[in-house]
Design a protein around this ligand. Structure first.
Ligand code: CP
Length: 304
């Protein structure tokens, strides 16, 4: 039995197979419409979500399976004090696979240790968001035709943004990636990440102004300032609109640069950008369904 806690749980060869499967699902959805008949996915979300929870539910439904779960901790027995370890032992009696989001870093890993079914980390605090990373990698591979040989700018809340931390961890395994971290001083990428890049000899740059670096980027990964992880409202209000990508700034970018965003967006991308062919964040959300279908099939041993 396999769980997914981090994108590094899969080798790059396994990821290639997963992405090939996701692309095949996109092209031939009917082929997979009954692949998970009789199987049940539990979505245990202790934190709010639109995309991750509903794309998992859509994925399992499109595979012919069924879904149970809860969308917030207050409607589960966590509100009565039940531990994650006990909850997953119960969920193991009711479902065949579980996607779990939790505000505490490491909670899905604690669950996996006691689980009789595969557990997927659907986001744990400010730590990791591996299925968002799978979504991001599939989007880049499908639209750029490669996972390597590019300069990627990651912009916004690089301190609390778990999607950023997961994506950097995953990308360092590909050749010739250059990172540009674009953030205000207070939201810089954590030291453990820059230390890891230094250890591996992977080039990175830290800048404050997006316009300064825009012409050099092949990919721009925008992020929201993570309001829910701030300790005080005043800091959030001061930083929340630090970056706003608009049509004028996008004129500085390469014609084939892609703009990605894990979403939800607040103000960091102006809606006028949505019509630009380089803005692929809504396509990215669609890729999230295909890759989660491929992941469910793989973890249930039904990928063939
Ligand atoms: N990208 C993402 O994780 O979105 P949700 O918080 O809506 O699931």
């Amino acid at each position: 039995m396999r769980h997914l806690m981090s994108p590094l749980d899969f080798t790059t060869e396994e990821l290639d197979s997963l992405f090939d499967l996701a692309n095949d699902i996109e092209r031939n959805p009917d082929k997979y419409a009954h692949a998970c008949e009789g199987k049940i996915l539990a979505t245990c979300f202790y934190e709010p979500s639109t995309r991750t929870r509903l794309s998992f539910e859509s994925a399992m439904t499109r595979l012919g399976g069924r879904v149970i779960g809860f969308a917030d901790a207050s409607s589960s027995s966590a509100s009565k004090g039940e531990s994650v370890s006990d909850t997953i032992r119960i969920i193991s009696c009711y479902a065949d696979i579980c996607a779990m989001r939790h505000p505490k870093e490491g909670a899905p890993m604690v669950a996996a240790e006691k689980s009789a079914i595969p557990v997927i980390n659907a986001g744990d605090g400010g730590h990791q968001h591996p299925t968002q990373t799978l979504t991001d990698l599939l989007t880049i591979r499908s639209l750029k035709g490669r996972l390597g040989n590019f300069t990627i700018g990651l912009c916004g809340d690089l301190k609390f943004g778990r999607t950023v931390h997961s994506l950097i961890n995953a990308l360092v395994r590909y050749d010739n990636i250059r990172f540009v971290f674009i953030s205000p001083e207070e939201l810089k990428v954590p030291d453990y990440i820059t230390d890891m890049l230094k250890d591996k000899g992977i080039p990175y740059q830290e800048v404050i102004r997006l316009e300064q670096i825009m012409p050099a980027l092949d990919l721009l990964y925008m992020t929201r300032v993570q309001k829910e992880r701030f300790f005080n409202e005043e800091d959030y209000v001061r930083l929340k609109d630090f970056y706003i990508l608009n049509a004028s700034k996008l004129t500085l970018a390469k014609k084939d640069m892609l703009v990605l965003h894990p979403l939800p967006r607040v103000n960091e991308i102006s809606v006028e950008v949505d019509d630009d062919p380089r803005a692929v964040y809504f396509k990215q959300a669609q890729f999230g369904v295909y890759v989660r279908m491929a992941l469910i099939l793989t973890l249930l041993g039904k990928e063939r």
